[in-house]
Design a protein around this ligand. Structure first.
Ligand code: NAD
Length: 401
């Protein structure tokens, strides 16, 4: 697999080569402020002791405290967490919220752990990173295979709810946080469709059926769009006449996978990316579209709910094919925006309504979309590079170097 941090640095360089960004700014953003690697000893239910490896990367806090999720995944390593922390720095700046970028992760397959083991691991990780996080220093959140319940264990272990976002509502979470990433991506989809004059009669394929992908599937279906394919880590399903998303959710709950859904054809994740659809939404992991399969993409519009799903080579190929890509640093920023609202609510001891949260988030997302679009037109670049330029200009104004 391509190194995600190398991809992130290629994207940074590309923005720097085009816009008038100071060399010192690019140099500052070429390495994280700090990272730690920790060993977490966990007593398994069997009595055996196992050591897990965890990371927290604090990339840049020029615009506010470090902010970013914690991922539990067997392939998680320092390079991935560094890339994700860098993208968080750019993302918070794209949407103009006063936060910096961070990320964390543990190399683990959480599906192999009991609930009690998962709780011990979550608490053990927090014990190890406790000295460097806090409500005004570094505020973690959920990411791949971490949940509101995991956030509540972590907040409890740390002893301060404003240090974690994405918590359950009854533990100080925000209304709308569970749907925020998908809801924000939905606002971006509608803005892009309006700009590109794509009518509502579209077919969508969605890779990834977790917090981001499944909620996005529900929202687009409710809006009247046809979802013809979805997938998870085990593979995908396809029905050209449209899928019943609510029924797939129940099927996945019962069987553990979206596959073998009555009336739909089983397909691979690779095939899903190449389907003849109008919109392709990516909501799984990095490096899904690369130089090897970008030419086969048939969608006109790509919506990146996942972080880093395209490599820089794929960006170039898709640009030549005139495929428009709404980039991760803009498209999935609804999650961190509502995390920012959660943090504000916790600090002020307030609880906002879901309507309030969604309308504030919509305003931020739509404004960011317009700014990125204008920047892309100004410099004649793809939306990702435009997002980077806009974000780096804002960071540059706050850098203390
Ligand atoms: P999740 O754990 O809820 O779901 C992940 C989904 O991806 C699952 O359905 C899983 O089966 C699927 N998946 C894993 N490997 C796959 C593969 N190889 N092919 C296809 N599907 C695969 O995680 P999530 O929160 O939905 O995160 C998904 C992506 O969205 C990640 O890139 C994450 O960083 C990004 N993201 C999430 C949030 C958030 O608030 N949750 C915010 C911003 C960005």
């Amino acid at each position: 697999m391509q190194n995600p941090y190398d991809n992130a640095m290629t994207q940074l360089k590309k923005a720097g080569d085009i816009a008038n960004i100071k060399k010192d700014t690019l140099l500052k953003l070429s390495s994280p402020d700090r990272f730690i690697q920790v060993s977490i000893p966990i007593r398994m239910d069997s009595g055996e002791l196992k050591i897990f490896t965890g990371y927290r990367v604090q990339y840049d806090n020029s615009r506010g405290p470090y902010k970013g999720g914690i991922r539990f995944h067997p392939d998680t390593d320092l390079s991935e967490v560094k890339a994700l922390a860098f993208w968080m720095t750019i993302k918070c700046s794209v949407v103009g919220i006063p936060l910096g970028g961070g990320k964390g992760g543990i190399t683990v397959n959480p599906k192999e752990l009991s609930k009690a083991e998962l709780e011990r691991l979550s608490r053990g990780f927090i014990q190890k990173i406790k000295p460097i996080i806090g409500p005004n220093q570094d505020i973690p959140a959920p990411d791949v295979y971490t949940t509101p319940e995991i956030m509540s264990w972590m907040a409890d272990e740390f002893g301060n709810k404003a240090t974690f976002t994405g918590k359950p509502i009854e533990k100080g979470g925000s209304e709308g946080r569970g749907n925020a990433t998908a809801q924000g991506a939905f606002y971006i989809l509608e803005k892009a469709m309006a700009k590109l004059e794509i009518n509502k009669d579209i077919k969508i394929a969605i890779q990834g059926f977790g917090n981001a992908g499944a909620v996005f599937a529900k929202l687009v279906k409710e809006a009247g769009y046809q979802v013809v394919a979805v997938s998870d880590s085990k593979g995908g399903i396809f029905d050209n006449d449209g899928l019943d998303i609510a029924a797939i959710e129940s099927h996945k709950k019962e069987t553990g996978s979206v596959q073998n859904f009555a009336g739909a054809e089983n397909i691979t994740n690779e095939k899903l990316l190449e389907l003849p659809v109008d919109v392709l939404a990516l909501a799984a992991l990095e490096n899904q579209i690369t130089k090897d399969n970008a030419k086969q993409v048939k969608a006109k519009l790509i919506i990146e709910l996942a972080n880093g799903p395209l490599t820089p080579e794929a960006d170039e190929i898709l640009k030549d094919k005139e495929v428009v890509v709404c980039p991760d640093v803009l498209t999935n920023a609804g999650g961190v925006t509502v995390s920012y609202f959660e943090w504000q609510q916790n600090l002020a001891d307030e609880h906002w309504t879901e309507e309030d949260v969604n309308s504030k988030m919509k305003e931020i997302m739509e404004k960011a979309f317009d700014e990125v679009w204008e920047t892309a037109e100004k410099y004649q670049v793809i939306l990702r590079t435009a997002g980077f330029i806009k974000a780096i200009e804002r960071i540059e104004n706050e850098l203390k170097i």
